[in-house]
Design a protein around this ligand. Structure first.
Ligand SMILES: Cc1ncc(COP(=O)(O)O)c(C=O)c1O
Length: 309
């Protein structure tokens, strides 16, 4: 079902009417902060579970601070607007929720954030799998390096810095791979083009620190909790070299869009036996229970909405 209603310039309006002028600052310079939030439809109890919505809006507002984007809402307001939007659209399927806080000034030749007006918009659209997470995907090391925190901070979802991810994803897919893995300027593993990265060696999970210029992922945080508390797996945060991936037992990527996705190869070298590894499988199963509201212990990660008959 197509989206019917959007939240735009402070109001709920028809989705097709949520349009901006061509001179809008964010369109020219990438001066926006966005989020990607998932609503997961649970067929059994016919309910849409929105996953860790508050954490997403907290991150959005941190990004707004960084880009001097003033919007008249706090995290609680944004959560309420989102739940109302989902109800108005009456979604009964998986959805992707996209809030956008942006520099709305319609005068383009001004590079001073402090001079520019801001606004906020929110849409939600039906959205299934971003990457086929039933199989292990094939990745390549990107020839593009990850941008550095000293250039544009990667801890926030800043519109403009996604050109870096888009160049890498495009290169990877045109070369026949599913996803790209970024290295930092220093040659350490950073993350996927749109996902955080976890390596497993000798039953220990190793992940790059956020100083390797990755996004502080909400799925990453969820997986850290699930792996350590539910599976009792040791997790180490340390810099990873590209060659360590080739000899890893398992590798997986995490993200709101990608969920938990196993990686079967990097640069045409098989990782483990090339399939979804046993620890990755356990984490995937636990994570899917949580995002669809099926795990009572983690039910507070979800907001239940759009209950159907
Ligand atoms: C570059 C990048 N890294 C990591 C992630 C994963 O973050 P999250 O789990 O908060 O969706 C994303 C997804 O938004 C991303 O775009």
């Amino acid at each position: 079902m197509k989206a019917q209603i959007a939240f735009f310039k402070g109001e709920f309006i028809p989705y097709d009417k949520a349009n901006l002028h061509i001179t809008t600052h964010a369109l020219h310079y990438g001066t926006s902060i966005f989020e990607g939030i998932r609503g997961n439809w649970n067929k059994d109890d016919k309910t849409l579970y929105v996953f860790r919505i508050k954490e997403h809006f907290d991150r959005l507002l941190e990004g707004c601070k960084m880009l001097m984007i003033d919007i008249p809402y706090n995290s609680e307001d944004l959560c309420k607007i989102t739940i109302e939007l989902l109800a108005k659209n009456n979604f009964k399927e998986d959805v992707y929720i996209r809030p956008l806080a942006y520099k709305s000034e319609e005068l383009v030749a001004n590079l001073k954030l402090q001079d520019l007006s801001s606004d906020f918009a929110l849409v939600a659209v039906p959205f299934g799998l971003y990457i086929d997470s039933d199989r292990a995907i094939n990745c390549c090391t990107s020839s593009w390096r990850r941008i550095d925190d000293t250039m544009i901070p990667t801890r926030f979802k800043i519109g403009g810095h996604y050109v870096n991810s888009i160049l890498a994803k495009t290169e990877a897919t045109l070369s026949g791979f599913d996803e790209a893995i970024f290295l930092t300027q220093d040659g350490y593993v950073s993350e996927g083009a749109g996902e955080n990265l976890f390596l497993i060696k000798d039953k220990t999970i190793i992940m790059p620190p956020v100083t390797a210029n990755n996004l502080t992922g909400i799925t990453r945080d969820s997986v850290i909790k699930l792996a350590s508390e539910e599976l009792d797996i040791k997790i180490i945060e340390q810099n990873i070299r590209r060659s360590e991936i080739y000899i890893a037992d398992e590798l997986f990527l995490t993200g709101t869009a990608a969920h938990v996705t196993a990686v079967g190869s990097l640069d045409n070298r098989k990782i483990g036996n090339g399939d979804v590894g046993p620890i990755t499988k356990q984490i995937q199963e636990l994570y899917f229970e949580c995002v669809t509201g099926k795990n009572p212990k983690y039910i507070n990660w979800c907001i239940a909405t759009n209950k159907g008959k």
